[in-house]
Structure formats: structure tokens, C-alpha cells
Design a protein around this ligand. Sequence first.
Ligand SMILES: *[C@@H]1O[C@H](CO)[C@@H](O)[C@H](O)[C@H]1NC(C)=O
Ligand SMILES: *[C@@H]1O[C@H](CO)[C@@H](O)[C@H](O)[C@H]1NC(C)=O
Ligand SMILES: *[C@@H]1O[C@H](CO)[C@@H](O)[C@H](O)[C@H]1NC(C)=O
Ligand SMILES: *[C@@H]1O[C@H](CO)[C@@H](O)[C@H](O)[C@H]1NC(C)=O
Ligand SMILES: *[C@@H]1O[C@H](CO)[C@@H](O)[C@H](O)[C@H]1NC(C)=O
Ligand SMILES: *[C@@H]1O[C@H](CO)[C@@H](O)[C@H](O)[C@H]1NC(C)=O
Ligand SMILES: *[C@@H]1O[C@H](CO)[C@@H](O)[C@H](O)[C@H]1NC(C)=O
Length: 416
Amino acid sequence: MTFPMHQDAAAAAVFRRTMVLLLLLLMFSLSSFPSVTAECPDKCWCQEVRVYCSYQGLDRIPNSISPATKLLDLDYNEIRDIESLAHLTELETLYFSNNNISEVKNGAFSNLSQLQALYLHRNKIENIETGVFNNLTSLKVLHLDYNNIHKLDLEMFKGLTKLNRLYLSNNNISEVKNGAFSNLSQLQALFLHRNKIENIETGAFNNLVSLKVLQLDYNNIHKLDLEMFKGLTKLNRLFLDHNMIRNIPPGTLDSLTSLSILQLDHNPLTCDCNILLFVKVLKKNYPQRDVLGNYDPSCHFPVEMSEKSLKEITENDFNCTSPQIIVVPEKKTVSVGEQLQLSCKVVGDPEPYIMWAKDDINLELGKRVQVFQNNTLIISKVERTDGGQYKCVASNYLGRKSFEAMVNVYGLTEND
Ligand SMILES: *[C@@H]1O[C@H](CO)[C@@H](O)[C@H](O)[C@H]1NC(C)=O
Ligand SMILES: *[C@@H]1O[C@H](CO)[C@@H](O)[C@H](O)[C@H]1NC(C)=O
Ligand SMILES: *[C@@H]1O[C@H](CO)[C@@H](O)[C@H](O)[C@H]1NC(C)=O
Ligand SMILES: *[C@@H]1O[C@H](CO)[C@@H](O)[C@H](O)[C@H]1NC(C)=O
Ligand SMILES: *[C@@H]1O[C@H](CO)[C@@H](O)[C@H](O)[C@H]1NC(C)=O
Ligand SMILES: *[C@@H]1O[C@H](CO)[C@@H](O)[C@H](O)[C@H]1NC(C)=O
Ligand SMILES: *[C@@H]1O[C@H](CO)[C@@H](O)[C@H](O)[C@H]1NC(C)=O
């Protein structure tokens, strides 16, 4: 490189020195720039520890995302696989909704122990491998709604002990097994609406001691059992509308001391003395509140009561009666080895519940001692110790009746 010789040599030297200085300054300023900005992936824009890449038609997670990233937005892309997240150990928020993910493989999130919010809704997720979420010990919000999830694995949410809100609505879940939510003691809201849930195993919700909102609407639930909502003392809003519920056992909601809204409309409810009692218990347990609110559920059966509001039914609509015994057990004498049969026929509305006792101790049922659908007690191969005072106890909420019969057993004694 030559300088025009007729120019002042000193001036040229000053110019050269200035150029070098400028170059050095430029290099220095580049290298001292925040590295996140320097490494911002193609098609994304970055701001401090946040990386935004939504609506970019991406089909994979970009490389070169800084390990310091705390927020990563990949919403609205066409990504099929979750990979290359393992180095993002500082990640707190991950937006991954509206992509093409069909499977979430083990290890996908295993290094994200700082993650607090994970958005995976509106993908095509069918399969979630066991343990995928196990390391997400800081996670508070998990969106899995609008996917194609069929099955909730018992271990699926095991490690999510900080989880606060779980969105599982608009999937294809047909069953909720006991244990699926067993570790979620911090969970405050569980969204399971718009699935195909038919069966909820006894105890499935019993560990959710912090739960305030439970949405089970728009499913195929036929039956509520007495234990289903046991222990949910914080539950404030319960949505059961748009299901196939016919009966509600009167004690079903007894645990729900914080309830303020119960949505029950659009169920084929059978109005009978049981539902009448349920409504009475509701009024008694929540004297200050109208928990059924504006979502006025109505009777579906019997036909002559259809469309009648649950809030309006009274004793006059039914013939509620305490248990009336039609066939009483009779005094019997049997020999050792013979069969003993004791009958007890009872009517009442609601249908009475029957228990058998011997010498005032409830009978332990098993192979040899059985009680059949018709409430008949049959003991095959009577033993000497079977002798005693037998009692049939029939009860419903309107009353309780019992009848006794003596049974004598003849035959070999222990010494014979
Ligand atoms: C993502 O899913 C959409 C809708 O199903 C489809 O049109 C598109 O081709 C898919 N893209 C990729 C990359 O799989
Ligand atoms: C997970 O994080 C640890 C450090 O916390 C790191 O040593 C390991 O390489 C990471 N795993 C992957 C697959 O990057
Ligand atoms: C994360 O999970 C893997 C198994 O998937 C386990 O080996 C690893 O120790 C866990 N890491 C942390 C930080 O808990
Ligand atoms: C989850 O709950 C099971 C019992 O249902 C228990 O054995 C296990 O230790 C719990 N796991 C965590 C991470 O709390
Ligand atoms: C939902 O699951 C049922 C079987 O349980 C299946 O027949 C149906 O096609 C599934 N629906 C969708 C949208 O995948
Ligand atoms: C109650 O019983 C009476 C007499 O048995 C009967 O006339 C009436 O129709 C019954 N009412 C209902 C609601 O079943
Ligand atoms: C009750 O049912 C059992 C078993 O089906 C039968 O053996 C018994 O004869 C029945 N008793 C009455 C009184 O109908």
C-alpha cells in the first residue's frame, strides 16, 4: 500500500494511526456487546435474556440460543421435535404453542429445573413419555390443552410439586386414574373440560388439597361417587355441567366447605328423593350462598318433572318414605355343614341400604358368608360358631329399621 509521495508524510502517518485506532475501537465495542445480542439466532429478535421467534415458519428449534436465555418464544411455528433445549438451564418461560409436536420424548425438558411456565397447547401431542416432566421442579403453569392426549400416565405429573395451574382441556382423555394427580399438593386450578372422560377412579382428586377450581364440564361422566371430592376443602368453583350425570348421592359435596359455584346444568338428572335430599343438604351447608346460582339445573327424569328446576322441587313432588320391611328374617335351626339362608326384603324411597350383623357385630362377608342383590344372607357350610342373634338393618336418610332372628346350630361340638 502506497501513499501519494507529494502529500505531507506526517499527515499520512496521523491518518494511518487514526484508522488503526478506529478499527481497534470498533473491534472492542463489538466484543464487549452483550453476547445474547451477538448470538441472536436467525429469524429471531433478542432483548437481554429474552429470545422471540414466533411466526417464523421454523421447523426446528434454532441453534445458537444463548444459555443465559430466560424466556424463549417459539409460538406459531412448524416445529415437530423438541430438542436442543438441554443447554438452556436458566430458562423460566417457554412458549411452544401452535406447533406440530406429536410426541414429547423423555429428556426433552430434563435440564430445565428453573422453568416456571410451559406452553404446549395447540399442538398434536398424542404421546408423552413417562418422566418427561419429572425434573420441572419449579414449574407453576403447564398448558397441554388443545392436543390429542388420550391417557394420563400415573407418573406423568409426579415431579411437579410446585404446579399451580394445569390445563388439560380439549383433549381426548377418557379416564382419570387414581394417582394421576397424587403429587400436586400446590395445584389450585385443574382444567379437564371438553374431553371424553367417562370414568374417574375413586380418590383421583383426593390429594389436591389446594385446589380452588375444578373444571370437568363437557365430558361423559355418568356417576359421581361419595369419595370423589373428599378433602377438597379449598374448592371454590366446581364445573360438572354438560355431562351424563343422573344421580347425585347426597353426601357427595360434604367436604367442599369453600364452595361458591356449582355448575350442574345440562345433565340428565333423575329427580327423586335422593336429589331432593342433595338439594336440601346444599341449602343447609351453604345458607349464605346460592351455589347453583344462575346456572339453574333442571330435572330430566321422570318425564312429568322434566324441565322443573332443581331449586323448586319439594317433598310434595315425591313419596319419600323411610324403610318398610316386607319380609323379615325368621328364626332358624340348622345343623353343622348345612346351608343357612336368611331373607330381608325392604322398600323405601330413597332405596334403603341393608347391612347384616350377628350379635351386634357387622358380618364379615367372604366366600362362605355372602349377601346377594336381593339382600338375602346365605352362609354355606354352617359352622358351630355361626349360631347367634342375626340382625338385618335397613336405612335411608328418612329412617332406619332393623329386624332380628335367632339362629341355633346343632351338631358336633369341638369335643365330640
Ligand atoms: C404442520 O401442520 C400443518 C397442519 O396440520 C401442516 O399443514 C404442515 O404441513 C405441518 N408442517 C410440518 C413442517 O410438518
Ligand atoms: C444439563 O446441564 C448440565 C449442567 O447443569 C450440563 O452439564 C449438561 O451437559 C446438560 N445436558 C445437556 C444435554 O446439555
Ligand atoms: C433430570 O432427569 C434425569 C433423568 O431424566 C436425571 O438423570 C437427572 O439427574 C435429572 N437432573 C436434575 C438436575 O434433576
Ligand atoms: C409422589 O407421590 C408418590 C406417592 O403417590 C411418592 O411415593 C413420591 O415420593 C412422590 N414424589 C415426589 C417427587 O414428591
Ligand atoms: C379419541 O379417542 C377415541 C378412542 O378413545 C378415538 O376413536 C377418536 O378417534 C379419538 N379422537 C381424535 C380426535 O383423535
Ligand atoms: C304418592 O303416592 C300416592 C298414593 O300412593 C300417589 O297417588 C301419588 O301419585 C304418589 N306421588 C308421586 C309423586 O309419586
Ligand atoms: C336371593 O338370591 C339368591 C342368589 O341369587 C338366591 O339363591 C335366593 O333364593 C334369593 N332369595 C330370595 C328370597 O329371593
